[in-house]
Every structure is written in structure tokens, then in C-alpha cells.
Design a protein around this ligand. Structure first.
Ligand SMILES: Cc1cc2nc3c(=O)[nH]c(=O)nc-3n(C[C@H](O)[C@H](O)[C@H](O)COP(=O)(O)OP(=O)(O)OC[C@H]3O[C@@H](n4cnc5c(N)ncnc54)[C@H](O)[C@@H]3O)c2cc1C
Length: 445
């Protein structure tokens, strides 16, 4: 019988343990709580939800609903527990968090092939393992991860800038250009939103007074600048830069140097630059606009940017404590480490964001560990499925500004015939294709 070590009894680790044990592996599941606290969890239960009690939409044509349907098809144990612990919440799957965690803990404790070890794991095991220690991975294990992957390939904070749908940018106002128009590949092909002096001043005032998400004690460092990625040493939220002086943004991420607005022939007072975020070119991120504003405030304030009046924000910005590895550099879409076939990563530590994404990557890592240790090739799910697309995104994203990603339809490859499909019809077509492709993939596996 082959033994597998799993570090972290959260959402991903619990699901992974169940999947691997059900497929015949002997699992040692390390969970450091309640002896060692993360600062956010409150109990010693496995699969404790740290904040919201909602696992997102259950509707089949929503990104999170599709991910649930895929996880159901793949046999998720945690989703089954969530459904047993469900509370009335309209179209969302919200749970009684205590009941949910108890159900998961009980299933894991009673499994004859799973042993729970209530200890902090401080090293990456040299034997087959899944690392699922989450966004609040302990300091000593983080050191071991940094040693495995290289110091610069472990991040401790999200610094997520909002992402908008390209077709919602008003190109009558915004214009394409790289700084100095050198055509330099490093600069890429930017979309620029130009500000007059007056527009800039209004925007800065709105930013300074907008409501922010309250910081928790383990996130205080955000106020002074955090290491949030290889190219983001000392990264600050855009509203904190704004409060340091009326011109600090115009000299920082909004500096207009080297740009000329083709409509006026003049250099704008300031610009917001947007950079392509996905291969399909239908998503753009606001460069340097990591933010900690509340979601409705982001919608209100960022729509003051000329050219983004009607922007569809597909991912909101955020900054919080979040340990994650440089997956595009070190991980394969099968969730295996690039240097070791028997070492897997799952959950938030891979850069996949959101409860449901964390559960689903745990499921895939657990099943793949069992396959690899049993001499079978690991599953690499079709990119047209939401789980396949998430795994593909985090392992192929641009490392320069790699940040965690949640399930969303923007990461799925376009459907050949969908040029005319809009909104919900397009989402429905994506969901139907995803489930059909998953079925086909599993049938022929
Ligand atoms: C404060 C906060 C709030 C969040 N709120 C939401 C939300 O509302 N909705 C949402 O969708 N997502 C949210 N997330 C993001 C994410 O979905 C959750 O954090 C989710 O629980 C991550 O799942 P996971 O399995 O990767 O990690 P976790 O569920 O955190 O599990 C990791 C486990 O590993 C254990 N551990 C860590 N280090 C070690 C070690 N060295 N040895 C042994 N055990 C260890 C931890 O105690 C923990 O139990 C939030 C994240 C944070 C930090």
C-alpha cells in the first residue's frame, strides 16, 4: 500500500485526502490547528470556512455553478457535505459553517485509510505529498517552500488589480499605445485611458474618500507596502498612494510620460494603462491598480476613469494576506510540481481563488496522486472545463503580474460560433460545452 502525506486539513487538503484514500492510498493528513493558529481560523475542525459561509452560485450558467457541476461529476465529498449543510440562500449554496466542518471532519476521521496528525509540518516531505496549507501557511513551512522554489517564487499577499472585459472599454476615449511607441515587447500593447487635469483631480478625490475593506491584524503590513510578487516589492494599494499627495499617482502608476493622445495630439495629464490579461485578449487588467476598496466602491470609482464609464469588471481588485507559489513557473496543469512527479499542490496556495476552486483543485490533486502512485498518467482536464481552465490559467499566466484567479468565464477559450452570443447566452453555451467535454474526457479516460 502506498503512503501519501497531505499538509493542511482545510478545503483542498480534506477533499484531496478523501479522494486519495478512496482510491486505495494510505493518507497521513497533517493539520496544525488547534495547537498552532493561523490567525483567521477559530476552531480545530477540518474544512473550516474562514469568512463567508457561501460557496457561491448554484446556477448552472454561472462560473461557480459550473465548477460545482464539474466537481459533482468528479465525485466531490466536500460538495456533498455542503449540500447536506445547506441553508436557504436563493440561488447560492450557503452552508451552516459549523455543520459543514463537522460533517467533513467526521467523514475524514472515520475513513479507515486516513490518519489525522495534529502537528505543524515544517518541511516539504521527500516522499509522495500534496501541499494544501492554504493562504495562511505557517512560517516554517513557507521557508521550506521558498527553499524548494526559490525565494522570489513565494508570495505573501494578493495585490490584485481589477480586470475588465475588453469589449466594455470605450475605445472612442481610450487609445492603444506603448510608452514612447518603441514597440518594445516588454512594454506590450497597452490600452490607455487619458485624463484631463480636472478629471484626474476628481478621480483622486473619489479614491481618497472611498470606503475600504478593514484590515485584519495579520494584514497590517498592507498599509506600508508588501511583497506581493516578483516585480512588486513594496507594493501599495492605489488608494494609499492617492492619500500620500494629490500628485503621487500622476508621478506613479498613472504617469503619462511617453504617451500622446491621438485625439488631441497632446500628452494627457495622467493615464490609467490596461494590459492584456489572457491569451484570448478579451480581458485587460488596470496596471498598478491593486486596491483594497470595497467592491461597490470599486465599481463607482473606477468607472470615473475616462473610457471605463461602462466597464464590466470581471474581477475586482483586492489585497490581503495570501501565501501562494509562482505556479506558472513551478507547477504543471496536473497540479504536479515541475521537478517532482510525486509532489502536488492544491487549494489557494496554487493561486486558485475561492472556496469552490480550492475544493476542486484538492479533488484533482487527490485523484492525480492516486493515479500517479498507481502507475497511471495524471488527469489534465480539458481547458474548456472550468476546473481545467483554472489549472491551466495558474500554470500558464504571465509571471510578471501573476495573481490568484477565481472561476470566471473569461478564462475559458472562446467558442468558435459564439461571436454573436452575449451575456447569459454565452455563459450557457460555455457551461454546456464544459460539461459535454468533461463527460467525453472521462468516458475516454
Ligand atoms: C481571511 C480570509 C478570508 C477569506 N474569505 C473567503 C471567502 O469569503 N470566500 C472565498 O471563496 N474564499 C475566501 N478566502 C480564500 C480561500 O478560498 C480560503 O482561504 C480557503 O479556505 C482556502 O482553502 P485551502 O484549502 O487552500 O486553505 P485552508 O482552508 O486555509 O486550509 C489550509 C490548512 O492548512 C493548515 N496549515 C497551514 N500550515 C500548516 C502546516 N505547516 N502544517 C499543518 N497544517 C498547516 C491550516 O491550519 C489550514 O487548516 C479567504 C481567505 C482568507 C485568508
Amino acid at each position: 500500500m502506498t503512503e501519501l502525506t497531505i499538509i493542511g486539513g482545510g478545503l483542498a487538503g480534506s477533499e484531496a485526502a478523501w479522494q486519495a484514500a478512496e482510491r486505495g492510498l494510505d493518507v497521513r493528513l497533517f493539520e496544525m490547528r488547534p495547537q498552532v493558529s493561523t490567525g483567521a481560523h477559530e476552531t480545530g475542525d477540518l474544512a473550516e470556512l474562514v469568512c463567508s459561509n457561501s460557496l457561491g452560485s448554484n446556477l448552472p450558467d454561472r462560473a461557480s455553478g459550473l465548477l460545482k457541476n464539474e466537481a459533482r461529476r468528479l465525485g466531490s465529498m466536500l460538495l456533498e457535505c455542503a449540500e447536506k449543510a445547506a441553508l436557504p440562500a436563493g440561488a447560492a449554496l450557503a452552508v451552516d459553517r459549523g455543520v459543514f466542518a463537522h460533517l467533513v471532519t467526521e467523514r475524514i476521521e472515520k475513513h479507515p485509510r486516513i490518519q489525522i496528525v495534529r502537528e505543524e509540518a515544517t518541511e516539504i516531505p521527500p516522499t509522495p505529498a500534496i501541499i494544501a496549507s492554504g493562504p495562511l501557511t505557517s512560517a516554517r513551512l513557507s521557508e521550506s517552500l521558498a527553499a524548494l522554489n526559490g525565494e522570489g517564487h513565494l508570495y505573501f499577499f494578493d495585490a490584485i488589480a481589477p480586470i475588465v472585459a475588453a469589449d466594455s472599454i470605450n475605445m472612442e476615449v481610450a487609445f492603444r499605445a506603448s510608452r514612447y511607441d518603441t514597440g518594445d515587447q516588454d512594454e506590450g500593447d497597452y490600452i490607455n485611458c487619458p485624463f484631463t487635469k480636472e478629471e484626474y483631480e476628481n478621480f483622486v478625490a473619489a479614491l481618497q474618500s472611498a470606503e475600504r475593506i478593514e484590515l485584519r491584524s495579520f494584514e497590517e503590513a498592507i498599509r506600508t507596502g508588501v511583497k506581493a510578487g516578483t516585480f512588486f516589492e513594496g507594493c501599495l494599494p492605489v488608494e494609499v498612494i492617492a492619500e500620500r499627495g494629490a500628485n503621487s499617482l500622476a508621478f506613479g502608476p498613472m504617469r503619462p510620460v511617453g504617451l500622446s493622445d491621438p485625439r488631441t495630439g497632446r500628452r494627457p495629464h495622467a493615464v490609467v494603462q490596461l494590459r492584456q490579461d489572457n491569451l484570448a485578449g478579451d480581458l485587460y487588467n488596470l496596471v498598478g491598480f491593486q486596491t483594497n476598496l470595497k467592491v461597490p466602491e470599486q465599481k463607482r470609482v473606477f468607472r470615473l476613469i475616462p473610457g471605463l464609464e461602462n466597464a464590466e469588471i470581471v474581477r475586482y481588485g483586492q489585497m490581503h494576506r495570501n501565501t501562494f507559489i509562482a505556479s506558472p513557473k513551478v507547477l504543471r496543469a496536473t497540479l504536479q510540481h515541475k521537478t517532482r512527479d510525486d509532489l502536488f499542490f492544491a487549494g489557494q496556495i496554487t493561486g486558485v481563488e475561492g472556496y469552490m476552486g480550492n475544493i476542486a483543485t484538492g479533488l484533482l490533486a487527490g485523484q492525480n496522486a492516486a493515479r500517479v502512485l498507481g502507475g497511471q498518467p495524471p488527469l489534465e482536464l480539458p481547458q474548456t472545463t472550468m476546473l481545467g481552465a483554472l489549472c491551466h490559467y495558474v500554470t500558464h499566466a504571465d509571471l510578471r503580474d501573476f495573481q490568484p484567479m477565481k472561476a470566471n468565464f473569461g478564462i475559458l477559450p472562446p467558442i468558435e460560433s459564439d461571436k454573436r452570443l452575449k451575456g447569459r447566452d454565452r455563459a450557457r453555451a460555455h457551461a454546456e460545452r464544459a460539461l459535454a467535454d468533461l463527460e467525453n474526457f472521462l468516458t475516454h479516460d
